[in-house]
Write a protein that binds this ligand. Sequence first.
Ligand code: LHQ
Length: 258
Amino acid sequence: MSSILLEIKESVGFITLNRPEKFNAFNREMALLLQDKLDECASKNEVRCIYLTGTGKAFCAGQDLGEVTGENPATFDKILLEHYNPIIKRIRSIPKPVVCAVNGVAAGAGANIAICCDIVVANETASFVQAFSKIGLIPDCGGTYFLPRLIGLQKATALMMLGDKVSAEEAERIGMIYKYFPAEKFSEESTSIAKTLAMMPTQAFALTKQALNESMQSNLEQQLNLEDKLQYKAANTSDYREGVSAFLEKRIPVFKGE
Ligand code: LHQ
């Protein structure tokens, strides 16, 4: 069985981390396969939303520590440059929404891959751990970029230094994730978000994502100019024309992602 599964249905690319016996921890093969599957979803027009989750009890325990041998910094550098950084860059640049459905514990790289996704939801049984400090590493996978922006510098610093386990409920409360769901509703509710997004104006989402990405380092003037430029592009999509027509005709719009 492959360590990464991809199933495309109802315009959603369902990607599943699939090494349950290792809490879906990443080895090299799995990290490279995830990059491939993200690329496949990016390139296929039929995929209008990506849904990322894990098999079994955990979402992802980060790097498979059994695979990290020796303490040669060059090896570590390679892991980030070849495994994780390309995953984070893909998730942020894919012009489609990426929903992360955190089914269980998300630790280390697993936690930070989750929080870089566009919409993060969790099972009530899930938890988030910045596990890096416990093994003498620093948070990676863009965690030092996204976490302080999501929950503030103070809390991010404490979680990263102390390595506390954050429950799904607390993660929602502090703004680390969008929502958590009771276990019995998690699958239905989380897939429903992805299926809903897949029926919405995909081009506008791509432009929204671009604007949000750039907002991380722009000032207001730059952001207003960017919104002007991107809104012009959105207004030239057929989904915009359909959205306005449907509103005026008092009917439900049929968006094609074009
Ligand atoms: C694991 C792992 C794991 C292998 C659980 N590997 N087996 C970047 C740069 C370069 C190199 C290093 O990495 C990175 C990025 C990173 O991600 S660094 C951070 C790596 N991850 C961690 O340090 C997390 C380690 N795991 C844990 O802290 C706990 O296992 C968590 C909090 C994930 C879950 O705790 P529990 O629910 O209490 O489960 P457990 O500890 O009993 O683990 C269950 C099994 O999964 C167990 O195997 P076993 O055969 O004994 O049942 C663990 O050994 C295995 N496992 N994480 N990362």
